[in-house]
Design a protein around this ligand. Sequence first.
Ligand code: MG
Length: 449
Amino acid sequence: MKVFGSSGVRGVANDDLLPRFVMQVTQAAGAELGVGRVALARDTRLTGPMFADAAASGLESVGCTVDRLGIAPTPALQAYCERESVPGVMITASHNPPEYNGIKLVGESGVELTQDRLERVEDRLDAGPELADWSEVGDSRSVETARETYREQLLAAVPRQRIADAELTVAIDPGHGAGALTSPDFFRELGCRVVTVNAQPDGRFPGRKPEPIADHLADLARLTRTSDADLGIAHDGDADRAIFIDETGTFIEGDAALAALAAAELGDDDVAVSAVNASQRLVDVVEDAGADLRLTPIGSTYLITAIRELQERGRRVPIAGEGNGGIIFPGYRIARDGAYTAARFCALVADRPASDIAADYDDYYNVRHDISYEGKEQRDAMLDAIEETAEESTADLDTTDGYRLDYGDAWVLARPSGTEPLVRVYAEARAESRARELADEMAAAIEDA
Ligand code: MG
């Protein structure tokens, strides 16, 4: 049975994601991960304690000993896994709305499990649990220090002096997620002046929804401007992503931030890894650096698998990521880390204003439409409509993941979301009207269906 999508298991809690299922998945995962110690953490969702208890039960029932970290960012769990050489289970639905929850599995190197390993967990799920004898079941212990040691590790991994010398003010919006418990302290320890909004952990997400998109960040934009901050930083629910606002209160496109960070990292013969919705901005940066670009299906699991393949072939991959703020610096860890990414961006802001950095990538326009469907029939009709549109067009077609139509001056991509009942349409061009035209055309064809 296929249970792991492009970013783990996700669903609406107590509707399509049940505690029983979380227990079954963790029983299978515990067996695959070797029935030793396993770390367990969660984000701030209201259903987090319920699912964490189910996960702990599942792990203990197959004989695992569980280190319970409580609320922590996914990258904090990954740092713990790497440090302690133990695998981990993260209860999170990342950027999804509050009613969702889900599971991510982490290996003992602190890296999310690769596709083939997830498939082995799925096989074990089909075969049923291998329960431990009553006298061999595991137990749990509470670990209180994981967030603090994560911050210490971060401090040691980033250009600390350069950031401290710049005496930056940062406005942080953790969006009531797990980053609320780590990022404000981390940036204070880095020597920044810190102001915050939505910085109380709250599973109802009263101030804003967990996804750090421009529509959700008006409060952060205002705070950044009015507090004279050099940079606004927003995370998603599990703080593995970072999205930025410049010092004027203007939203910086995730693709522009990725391109700026990539421009600082990439050299001759390096490889950057991104997803099939990669921006022309990144394509241009990679070309300027004399590097190569590898595109994968959308979702961190695919990027991670590609990074490992490239590294095994001796290629250097200094940066990978998507335009949603999920960026991987493999030299640090093959994992997305919102706080680390934001600190690396602060190091750029130490040299020149954020608006200046973003201006290099200004003359590109992105348009995105989300079209929701109800049931398989509507979904299939939409996919047929996309295929028809693709066949009728004169553009180059890439079907790595969904349908990417490349027109030379612009591109449009249509694909069903891996985590929600939505078909997403993305378009990019140097002129806004052109991007809008392509996205609207594709969206109209899908909506007609
Ligand atoms: Mg996330």
